[in-house]
Design a protein around this ligand. Structure first.
Ligand code: SAM
Length: 359
């Protein structure tokens, strides 16, 4: 496997131009390997912490990246050192060409070897699509489930679809895809009495439950620091049931993980608010409408559309401007701040909701 040259960036605030080649490194020395690709802002659920019940302003269909455009960006990103593509949304399984997206991306070779294709989904359409997705080259799945109680699920997601999600998780558990991860946002007065039960549910499905601290990304801007459930509270609740042994070697992963009673089962916590992990962040995001983001909480974006669609209607239509795309990608990485500012008094929530950013 050919080694990709690593160009370590000078940490000078006066370096305003991104290096034109080498790994995707930012001004703080972080090398980027993970691109989250949002395939749509549409979703089959309306989780209260993510989307409004009604009146969401959807992205215009004409602005949604096509399969060819997604592949074009992914190929350039892989050449520049991205090794993992995580498909997300909105709900990625609402894309009618989802199997083709997985097939096209899984064939990409980065200079470091074949890429990994992962997906974050609500699981609802997995029973229908999972065999084809695996055949197309999907490697890993994260499924979101915040409660296993029917009434609570209905209230939280504003849809009565718990049985469909459970069927999706059962299909994933029966598949060869491992590690299987289940995501749950911990919320006070909503599911904070269910944390142990959720871990037991995950263990019964040979999966790792990962609790996510609720972040200020809800469409209604109702997030409140004083009421969010913290990492410490989650660990206290779990410690009453299991001995938790920290698993070292987290690297750039968002979750801290622990062995449950010595293993083999594990649990994770993603503590973006109370224990941010920006110092090791290796992630970039591509929105469904072609905007590159260097942080979930960015208030600025890097627009790929002008380079992606510059040849439309000309004899060169269909010929990708790889150099132009790479330049935008590198500028996006170079512009990354040392960390998010959730804990600053000056923090401004991004204009996009989580469904339009890509979780
Ligand atoms: N529809 C897919 C799903 O349900 O997993 C993918 C998109 S969803 C936006 C991705 C993840 O973001 C989910 O695990 C969801 O719980 C999480 N999420 C959404 N809004 C959040 C918030 N305000 N704070 C923390 N996590 C959030």
């Amino acid at each position: 496997m050919a080694a990709i040259p690593v160009m370590i960036a000078p940490r000078s605030p006066t370096s305003t131009v991104a290096p034109p080649a080498g790994a995707l490194v930012d001004t703080h020395g972080r090398i980027h390997r993970d691109l989250r690709i949002s395939l749509t802002d549409r979703c089959s659920l309306r989780c209260t912490y993510c989307m409004p019940e009604q009146g969401n302003e959807w992205l215009a269909r004409s602005s949604i990246l096509s399969l060819d455009e997604i592949e074009t960006v992914a190929r350039v990103a892989a050449d520049a050192g991205i090794t993992t593509f995580r498909l997300t949304g909105g709900e990625p399984l609402l894309r009618t060409d989802i199997v083709d997206v997985v097939r096209r991306l899984s064939r990409i070779e980065s200079p470091r070897g074949p890429v990994t294709i992962a997906m974050t989904t609500n699981g609802i359409r997995l029973p229908e699509f999972l065999p084809a997705l695996i055949d197309a080259g999907l490697h890993r799945l994260n499924i979101s489930i915040d409660t296993i109680r029917r009434d609570r699920f209905h209230e939280l997601t504003r849809r009565d679809r718990l049985d469909d999600v459970l069927a999706g998780i059962a299909a994933a558990a029966a598949s060869p895809l491992r590690p299987l991860k289940l995501n749950a946002v911990a919320m006070r007065g909503v599911n904070d009495d269910e944390l142990v039960e959720l871990v037991e549910f995950a263990v019964a499905h040979d999966a790792q439950l990962r609790f996510i601290e609720q972040m200020p990304l809800d469409a209604g801007h109702t997030w409140n620091r004083n009421t969010m459930v913290t990492r410490e509270e989650i660990l206290d609740a779990l410690s009453a049931r299991w001995r938790l042994d920290p698993i070292p070697g987290r690297g750039g992963a968002p979750a801290e993980t622990w062995l449950l009673d010595g293993g083999p089962h594990t649990v994770g916590v993603i503590a973006s608010v109370t224990a941010p992990f920006c110092g090791n962040c290796d992630r970039l995001r591509l929105t469904a409408d072609g905007q590159l983001r260097n942080c979930l909480f960015s208030t600025s974006e890097f627009d790929l559309m002008p380079v992606l669609r510059s040849n439309a209607g000309t004899p060169n239509a269909g010929t990708p401007d790889a150099a132009g795309i790479e330049a935008v990608l590198r500028a996006c990485v170079w512009g990354k701040l040392p960390g998010h500012a959730i804990n600053d008094p000056s923090f401004l929530q991004p204009a996009r909701g989580m469904n339009a950013i890509g979780g």
